[in-house]
Design a protein around this ligand. Sequence first.
Ligand code: PNS
Length: 166
Amino acid sequence: MTGRAVYPGSFDPITLGHLDVIERAAGVFERVVVGVLVNPRKSPMSDALARAEVIREAVGETLPGVAERVDVVTFDGLTVDLAARSGAGSIVRGLRAVSDFEAEMQMAHTNRKLAPAIDTIFFMTALEHAYLSSSLVKEISGFGGDVSLMVPPAVARRLRGATIAR
Ligand code: PNS
């Protein structure tokens, strides 16, 4: 294992699919910096600091073996700038299905244009998580459905709390 990678995203909220990517990235890279975008295009369920806190809790609880090599930060601006200031030579992203491919390819090429020294590495999301998305999690949970098989316990606890409070 060598090097450092940045794993950027909205993580609104983090799902088991994201955690799978973090775990596998930590199998390849010495250090993984999870970058939580402050203002995703879609208005987020919670602010970036809260999303980052949940990710730290989830990584600590579900990936104890790699947690000390995973940093979680919030960022505003370009992913390539986050990578540069984190000393990361790679950007990590998960690919679930062909439908992700076009947007991811566009992002990877654009990031490479912006910062040629930084490459994007893709992990194929584990089959059991391939259908998962944060938006679906939010929708299901908003209607009172059970998302405990889709998100780490740290998220499930908060979503349960939010549903009860409504
Ligand atoms: O989890 P998401 O919403 O699919 O993540 C998208 C993200 C955060 C990776 C992307 O929107 C991003 O990198 N935003 C930061 C701004 C930036 O660098 N834009 C140019 C990307 S080509």
